[in-house]
Design a protein around this ligand. Sequence first.
Ligand code: A2P
Length: 292
Amino acid sequence: LPTYFTLPSGDKIPAIALGVWRAAPGEVGEAVKAALKVGYRHVDDAWIYGNEREVGEAIRASSVPRKDIWLTSKLWNTFHAPEDVEPALDESLARLGTDYLDLYLIHWPVAFKKGGNTVDFDLTENPYPTWQKLEQMVEKGKVRNIGISNFNIRRIQNLTSNPLKIQPAVNQVELSYWNPQPELVKWSKENGLLLEAYSPLGSAEKVKESLEIPEVLVIAKETGLTPAQVYISWHIQRGTVVLPKSVHPVRVEENFHVAPLSSDAFERLEKAATSHEPFRAVDPHWGIDIWN
Ligand code: A2P
Protein backbone atom coordinates (compact mmCIF):
# COMPACT_ATOMS: atom_id res chain seq x y z
CA LEU A 1 0.00 0.00 0.00
CA PRO A 2 1.22 3.54 -0.62
CA THR A 3 2.63 5.26 2.46
CA TYR A 4 1.76 8.67 1.00
CA PHE A 5 -0.22 10.41 -1.73
CA THR A 6 1.18 13.23 -3.86
CA LEU A 7 -0.78 16.49 -3.96
CA PRO A 8 -0.95 18.96 -6.89
CA SER A 9 1.63 21.11 -5.02
CA GLY A 10 4.06 18.19 -5.20
CA ASP A 11 3.89 17.71 -1.42
CA LYS A 12 3.60 14.16 -0.16
CA ILE A 13 0.83 13.62 2.38
CA PRO A 14 1.23 10.53 4.60
CA ALA A 15 -1.57 8.03 3.95
CA ILE A 16 -2.39 7.44 7.63
CA ALA A 17 -3.04 10.21 10.13
CA LEU A 18 -3.90 10.16 13.79
CA GLY A 19 -7.39 11.63 14.08
CA VAL A 20 -7.93 13.67 17.24
CA TRP A 21 -11.60 14.65 17.11
CA ARG A 22 -13.11 13.79 20.52
CA ALA A 23 -9.64 13.04 21.88
CA ALA A 24 -10.04 14.78 25.22
CA PRO A 25 -7.62 17.14 26.89
CA GLY A 26 -5.42 15.15 29.21
CA GLU A 27 -5.31 12.15 26.89
CA VAL A 28 -4.75 13.55 23.40
CA GLY A 29 -1.11 14.43 24.08
CA GLU A 30 -0.26 10.88 25.04
CA ALA A 31 -1.99 9.60 21.91
CA VAL A 32 0.06 11.95 19.72
CA LYS A 33 3.28 10.91 21.43
CA ALA A 34 2.40 7.22 21.00
CA ALA A 35 1.59 7.81 17.34
CA LEU A 36 4.86 9.60 16.58
CA LYS A 37 6.76 6.87 18.37
CA VAL A 38 5.35 4.07 16.21
CA GLY A 39 5.86 5.99 12.99
CA TYR A 40 2.85 8.23 12.30
CA ARG A 41 3.94 11.48 10.67
CA HIS A 42 0.50 13.00 10.21
CA VAL A 43 -1.91 14.53 12.73
CA ASP A 44 -5.35 15.79 11.72
CA ASP A 45 -6.60 18.52 14.03
CA ALA A 46 -9.10 21.39 13.91
CA TRP A 47 -9.73 24.65 15.74
CA ILE A 48 -13.09 23.38 17.02
CA TYR A 49 -11.63 20.21 18.57
CA GLY A 50 -10.27 22.36 21.40
CA ASN A 51 -7.07 20.35 21.75
CA GLU A 52 -4.59 22.14 19.48
CA ARG A 53 -2.48 23.36 22.38
CA GLU A 54 -1.96 19.88 23.80
CA VAL A 55 -1.35 18.42 20.33
CA GLY A 56 1.30 21.08 19.66
CA GLU A 57 2.99 20.47 22.99
CA ALA A 58 3.13 16.73 22.33
CA ILE A 59 4.67 17.29 18.90
CA ARG A 60 7.31 19.59 20.34
CA ALA A 61 8.01 17.16 23.20
CA SER A 62 8.68 14.37 20.70
CA SER A 63 12.03 13.89 19.04
CA VAL A 64 10.44 14.19 15.59
CA PRO A 65 11.30 17.45 13.80
CA ARG A 66 8.32 19.63 12.85
CA LYS A 67 9.27 19.45 9.17
CA ASP A 68 8.85 15.67 9.22
CA ILE A 69 5.26 15.91 10.48
CA TRP A 70 2.21 16.66 8.37
CA LEU A 71 -0.04 18.91 10.41
CA THR A 72 -3.58 19.75 9.36
CA SER A 73 -6.06 22.11 10.98
CA LYS A 74 -9.43 23.50 9.94
CA LEU A 75 -11.21 26.84 9.78
CA TRP A 76 -14.34 26.83 11.94
CA ASN A 77 -17.72 27.90 10.56
CA THR A 78 -17.77 31.18 12.50
CA PHE A 79 -14.66 32.45 10.71
CA HIS A 80 -15.62 32.31 7.03
CA ALA A 81 -15.90 36.08 6.64
CA PRO A 82 -12.70 37.10 4.82
CA GLU A 83 -11.54 39.38 7.65
CA ASP A 84 -11.88 36.53 10.17
CA VAL A 85 -9.85 33.91 8.31
CA GLU A 86 -6.32 35.05 9.11
CA PRO A 87 -6.98 35.69 12.84
CA ALA A 88 -8.54 32.22 13.13
CA LEU A 89 -5.55 30.65 11.39
CA ASP A 90 -3.17 32.65 13.59
CA GLU A 91 -4.95 31.33 16.65
CA SER A 92 -4.55 27.73 15.47
CA LEU A 93 -0.87 28.36 14.69
CA ALA A 94 -0.29 29.90 18.12
CA ARG A 95 -2.05 27.07 19.92
CA LEU A 96 -0.18 24.44 17.91
CA GLY A 97 3.06 26.34 18.50
CA THR A 98 4.11 26.32 14.87
CA ASP A 99 4.54 28.95 12.17
CA TYR A 100 2.95 27.01 9.33
CA LEU A 101 0.42 24.27 8.62
CA ASP A 102 0.88 21.62 5.96
CA LEU A 103 -2.82 21.72 5.23
CA TYR A 104 -5.68 24.03 6.20
CA LEU A 105 -9.26 23.07 5.41
CA ILE A 106 -12.61 24.81 5.33
CA HIS A 107 -14.13 22.56 7.99
CA TRP A 108 -17.74 22.65 6.71
CA PRO A 109 -19.41 24.13 3.65
CA VAL A 110 -21.41 26.24 6.07
CA ALA A 111 -20.68 29.78 7.18
CA PHE A 112 -22.12 30.96 10.48
CA LYS A 113 -22.91 34.55 11.25
CA LYS A 114 -20.44 36.18 13.57
CA GLY A 115 -20.50 34.98 17.13
CA GLY A 116 -23.27 32.45 16.75
CA ASN A 117 -24.38 29.38 14.96
CA THR A 118 -27.06 30.66 12.67
CA VAL A 119 -26.25 30.14 9.02
CA ASP A 120 -24.98 32.95 6.80
CA PHE A 121 -26.64 31.73 3.61
CA ASP A 122 -24.86 34.14 1.26
CA LEU A 123 -21.37 33.16 2.34
CA THR A 124 -22.42 29.51 2.48
CA GLU A 125 -23.63 29.51 -1.12
CA ASN A 126 -20.64 31.57 -2.25
CA PRO A 127 -17.51 30.34 -0.46
CA TYR A 128 -15.17 32.05 -2.97
CA PRO A 129 -14.32 35.04 -0.71
CA THR A 130 -13.29 32.63 2.05
CA TRP A 131 -11.24 30.61 -0.42
CA GLN A 132 -9.46 33.70 -1.76
CA LYS A 133 -8.35 34.46 1.78
CA LEU A 134 -7.02 30.91 2.13
CA GLU A 135 -5.08 31.39 -1.12
CA GLN A 136 -3.52 34.49 0.44
CA MET A 137 -2.47 32.41 3.45
CA VAL A 138 -0.55 30.13 1.08
CA GLU A 139 1.08 33.17 -0.54
CA LYS A 140 2.04 34.42 2.92
CA GLY A 141 3.63 31.07 3.76
CA LYS A 142 1.35 30.36 6.72
CA VAL A 143 -0.06 27.21 5.09
CA ARG A 144 1.42 24.94 2.43
CA ASN A 145 -1.81 23.46 1.05
CA ILE A 146 -5.49 24.34 1.31
CA GLY A 147 -8.55 22.18 0.97
CA ILE A 148 -12.13 21.57 1.90
CA SER A 149 -14.09 19.22 4.13
CA ASN A 150 -17.63 17.86 4.02
CA PHE A 151 -18.22 19.23 0.50
CA ASN A 152 -20.48 17.25 -1.82
CA ILE A 153 -20.00 17.33 -5.60
CA ARG A 154 -22.38 20.26 -6.13
CA ARG A 155 -20.64 22.34 -3.50
CA ILE A 156 -17.18 21.47 -4.88
CA GLN A 157 -18.24 22.52 -8.38
CA ASN A 158 -19.86 25.65 -7.00
CA LEU A 159 -16.49 26.61 -5.48
CA THR A 160 -14.25 25.52 -8.36
CA SER A 161 -16.38 27.31 -10.97
CA ASN A 162 -14.64 30.46 -9.72
CA PRO A 163 -11.23 31.49 -11.13
CA LEU A 164 -9.25 29.82 -8.34
CA LYS A 165 -5.52 30.44 -8.13
CA ILE A 166 -5.12 27.25 -6.10
CA GLN A 167 -7.37 24.23 -6.50
CA PRO A 168 -8.48 22.38 -3.32
CA ALA A 169 -5.79 19.84 -2.46
CA VAL A 170 -8.13 17.48 -0.64
CA ASN A 171 -11.73 17.01 0.45
CA GLN A 172 -12.02 15.45 3.90
CA VAL A 173 -15.28 13.54 4.30
CA GLU A 174 -16.87 10.74 6.28
CA LEU A 175 -15.98 7.41 4.66
CA SER A 176 -16.60 4.10 6.36
CA TYR A 177 -18.29 0.75 5.98
CA TRP A 178 -21.48 2.57 6.96
CA ASN A 179 -21.09 5.53 4.63
CA PRO A 180 -18.75 4.43 1.81
CA GLN A 181 -19.89 7.12 -0.70
CA PRO A 182 -18.90 5.19 -3.87
CA GLU A 183 -20.11 7.96 -6.22
CA LEU A 184 -18.00 10.60 -4.48
CA VAL A 185 -14.98 8.27 -4.47
CA LYS A 186 -15.37 7.65 -8.21
CA TRP A 187 -15.96 11.33 -9.06
CA SER A 188 -13.01 12.47 -6.95
CA LYS A 189 -10.70 9.96 -8.62
CA GLU A 190 -11.84 11.09 -12.08
CA ASN A 191 -11.35 14.72 -11.12
CA GLY A 192 -7.99 14.32 -9.39
CA LEU A 193 -9.24 15.42 -5.97
CA LEU A 194 -7.79 13.41 -3.10
CA LEU A 195 -10.26 12.33 -0.42
CA GLU A 196 -9.45 11.97 3.27
CA ALA A 197 -11.57 9.47 5.22
CA TYR A 198 -12.76 10.60 8.64
CA SER A 199 -14.57 8.25 11.00
CA PRO A 200 -12.99 5.39 8.98
CA LEU A 201 -13.97 2.79 11.59
CA GLY A 202 -17.52 4.12 11.89
CA SER A 203 -16.73 6.55 14.70
CA ALA A 204 -17.47 5.90 18.37
CA GLU A 205 -21.16 5.22 17.61
CA LYS A 206 -20.51 2.37 15.22
CA VAL A 207 -17.00 1.05 15.82
CA LYS A 208 -18.10 -1.91 17.91
CA GLU A 209 -20.56 -3.02 15.24
CA SER A 210 -17.94 -2.38 12.51
CA LEU A 211 -15.52 -4.81 14.07
CA GLU A 212 -18.13 -7.59 13.96
CA ILE A 213 -19.17 -7.41 10.30
CA PRO A 214 -18.95 -11.01 8.97
CA GLU A 215 -17.18 -10.11 5.71
CA VAL A 216 -14.54 -8.22 7.68
CA LEU A 217 -14.04 -11.05 10.15
CA VAL A 218 -13.45 -13.45 7.23
CA ILE A 219 -10.89 -11.10 5.63
CA ALA A 220 -9.21 -10.61 9.00
CA LYS A 221 -8.85 -14.35 9.32
CA GLU A 222 -7.49 -14.73 5.77
CA THR A 223 -4.94 -11.94 6.12
CA GLY A 224 -3.95 -12.14 9.78
CA LEU A 225 -4.95 -8.49 10.14
CA THR A 226 -7.28 -7.28 12.88
CA PRO A 227 -10.71 -6.03 11.74
CA ALA A 228 -9.62 -2.41 12.35
CA GLN A 229 -6.53 -3.00 10.20
CA VAL A 230 -8.70 -4.50 7.45
CA TYR A 231 -10.78 -1.31 7.28
CA ILE A 232 -7.78 1.01 7.37
CA SER A 233 -6.06 -1.00 4.63
CA TRP A 234 -9.27 -0.93 2.58
CA HIS A 235 -9.45 2.87 2.78
CA ILE A 236 -5.88 3.30 1.53
CA GLN A 237 -6.54 0.79 -1.21
CA ARG A 238 -9.58 2.87 -2.23
CA GLY A 239 -7.10 5.69 -2.80
CA THR A 240 -7.93 7.82 0.22
CA VAL A 241 -5.95 9.20 3.14
CA VAL A 242 -7.31 7.61 6.33
CA LEU A 243 -7.68 9.28 9.74
CA PRO A 244 -8.38 6.68 12.45
CA LYS A 245 -8.86 8.16 15.92
CA SER A 246 -7.79 6.47 19.12
CA VAL A 247 -6.46 7.67 22.45
CA HIS A 248 -5.22 4.22 23.44
CA PRO A 249 -1.56 3.65 22.56
CA VAL A 250 -2.12 -0.05 21.80
CA ARG A 251 -4.86 0.81 19.29
CA VAL A 252 -2.89 3.73 17.89
CA GLU A 253 -0.12 1.26 17.08
CA GLU A 254 -2.54 -1.38 15.77
CA ASN A 255 -4.10 1.14 13.40
CA PHE A 256 -0.75 1.99 11.82
CA HIS A 257 -0.04 -1.54 10.59
CA VAL A 258 -1.73 -2.10 7.27
CA ALA A 259 -1.34 -4.47 4.35
CA PRO A 260 -2.81 -4.75 0.85
CA LEU A 261 -5.96 -6.83 0.53
CA SER A 262 -6.22 -9.26 -2.39
CA SER A 263 -8.42 -7.82 -5.14
CA ASP A 264 -10.98 -10.49 -4.26
CA ALA A 265 -11.04 -9.51 -0.58
CA PHE A 266 -11.11 -5.82 -1.50
CA GLU A 267 -14.13 -6.36 -3.77
CA ARG A 268 -15.97 -8.41 -1.15
CA LEU A 269 -15.58 -5.60 1.40
CA GLU A 270 -16.45 -2.93 -1.17
CA LYS A 271 -19.60 -4.87 -2.09
CA ALA A 272 -20.64 -5.43 1.53
CA ALA A 273 -20.11 -1.74 2.34
CA THR A 274 -22.09 -0.51 -0.66
CA SER A 275 -24.97 -3.03 -0.47
CA HIS A 276 -26.81 -1.65 2.56
CA GLU A 277 -28.56 1.67 3.22
CA PRO A 278 -25.85 4.24 3.96
CA PHE A 279 -25.69 5.65 7.47
CA ARG A 280 -23.93 8.88 8.39
CA ALA A 281 -22.28 8.90 11.82
CA VAL A 282 -21.65 12.64 11.56
CA ASP A 283 -24.68 14.66 10.49
CA PRO A 284 -25.02 18.08 12.12
CA HIS A 285 -28.31 19.94 12.00
CA TRP A 286 -27.66 23.61 11.58
CA GLY A 287 -30.82 24.64 9.78
CA ILE A 288 -29.42 23.89 6.34
CA ASP A 289 -29.32 20.76 4.23
CA ILE A 290 -25.55 20.45 4.04
CA TRP A 291 -25.65 17.36 1.83
CA ASN A 292 -27.59 19.04 -0.96
P1 A2P B 1 -10.65 4.97 21.59
O1 A2P B 1 -10.22 6.36 21.20
O2 A2P B 1 -11.18 4.87 22.97
O3 A2P B 1 -9.57 3.94 21.28
P2 A2P B 1 -13.09 6.46 13.95
O4 A2P B 1 -11.62 6.47 13.69
O5 A2P B 1 -13.91 5.77 12.92
O6 A2P B 1 -13.63 7.82 14.28
O7 A2P B 1 -13.33 5.56 15.24
C1 A2P B 1 -12.92 6.01 16.49
C2 A2P B 1 -13.54 5.12 17.56
O8 A2P B 1 -13.03 3.79 17.42
C3 A2P B 1 -13.17 5.59 18.92
O9 A2P B 1 -14.27 5.33 19.77
C4 A2P B 1 -11.96 4.71 19.28
O10 A2P B 1 -11.91 4.53 20.67
C5 A2P B 1 -12.29 3.41 18.57
N1 A2P B 1 -11.11 2.68 18.06
C6 A2P B 1 -10.06 3.21 17.36
N2 A2P B 1 -9.20 2.25 16.99
C7 A2P B 1 -9.69 1.08 17.44
C8 A2P B 1 -9.25 -0.26 17.37
N3 A2P B 1 -8.12 -0.57 16.75
N4 A2P B 1 -10.02 -1.23 17.96
C9 A2P B 1 -11.16 -0.89 18.59
N5 A2P B 1 -11.64 0.36 18.70
C10 A2P B 1 -10.92 1.35 18.13
